[in-house]
Write a protein that binds this ligand. Structure first.
Ligand code: GUN
Length: 284
């Protein structure tokens, strides 16, 4: 029987843990605060930001939303981040991406204090992930690792194949699996023999951004299949994996929706709690 890995159940467990941690800090007179910045009117970004705010409220995290107009200048945005960097009640700062074209994402991300960079996008945090000495992990790969842990899926010695090499998912995903002693291959659009490589995977992570990209003939019998995709096809949300045909071949699989998606916000909440603990010199 294929195990369907339920992101709703696992994210609820993470959120409960965070809510308990927030309560513990509150009892010591410490609050936990997250600032979320959104520039412009991208409808998808607005939904993500609203969901982040809702999650904060449910867990006792104070959220401050800064909705700035599309016309915001780099100088204005940098000035807001500077203010939030030094604001005591704010432990985490997240600037929703993508930013409007006239704003340089690199400059903006670099301006967030690494200790408050709960997305783990700052080069300092990216470097820490590389050397295996990190406090924050980008939320989606962190969510995948949490799912594997929850399901007692041991990574050590396993052949892990990640499809996709983005800075947000593919690259950190590969590093986290490597830190757990997996043997990792990262595939991308120029990879030759993609199907053959995928067929070697004990753990296959799809982060491509193309609906039904991973078909059953690319999956080894008994593999664990993690679908990070969030694609819209004819108005319907679907992942990167041809779920219906792959699920009987896999030993465990994440559905879309209800798989990795709900984990992302839960891990953001966890990173925010970690930030608050660090900034207040609390033990983990
Ligand atoms: N846009 C899409 N996903 C993310 C995310 O995880 N963090 C930020 N800041 N922007 C995003």
């Amino acid at each position: 029987m294929t195990k369907i890995i339920d992101g709703k159940v696992i994210s609820a467990a993470v959120k409960q843990r965070v809510a308990d941690g927030v309560k513990e800090l509150n009892a010591k007179g410490i609050t936990v605060g997250l600032a979320v910045i959104i520039v412009g009117d991208d409808p998808a970004s607005k939904v993500y930001v609203a969901n982040k705010k809702k999650a904060c409220e449910a867990l006792g995290i104070i959220s401050e939303e800064y909705a700035l107009p599309e016309s915001t200048t780099e100088e204005e945005l940098l000035s807001l981040i500077k203010e939030l960097n030094s604001k005591k009640s704010i432990n985490g700062i997240l600037c929703q991406l993508p930013l409007p074209k006239h704003l340089d994402e690199k400059i903006i991300i670099n301006s967030i204090l690494p200790e408050k960079d709960v997305d783990a996008f700052h080069p300092s945090n990216v470097g820490k992930i590389m050397i295996g000495d990190y406090d924050f992990v980008p939320c989606t790969p962190a969510g995948v690792m949490e799912m594997l842990k929850y399901e007692n899926i041991d990574v050590e010695g396993k052949t892990c194949v990640v499809i996709g090499r983005s800075n947000i998912v593919g690259k950190p995903m590969g590093m986290l699996l490597l830190h757990k002693n997996g043997t990792v291959t990262i595939c991308h659009s120029r990879t030759k023999n993609l199907k053959e490589i995928c067929l070697t995977a004990d753990i296959l992570v799809a982060a491509v951004g193309r609906a039904n990209f991973v078909t059953a003939d690319m999956v080894k019998e008994g593999a664990v299949v993690i679908d990070v995709g969030m694609n819209r096809e004819n108005g319907k949300l679907c992942g990167d994996v041809d779920y219906e045909n792959v699920k009987d071949k896999a030993s465990a699989i994440t559905p879309v929706p209800g798989g990795v998606g709900p984990m992302t916000i839960a891990m953001l909440m966890q990173n925010t709690l970690t930030a608050a603990k660090k900034q207040n010199n609390c033990k983990e």
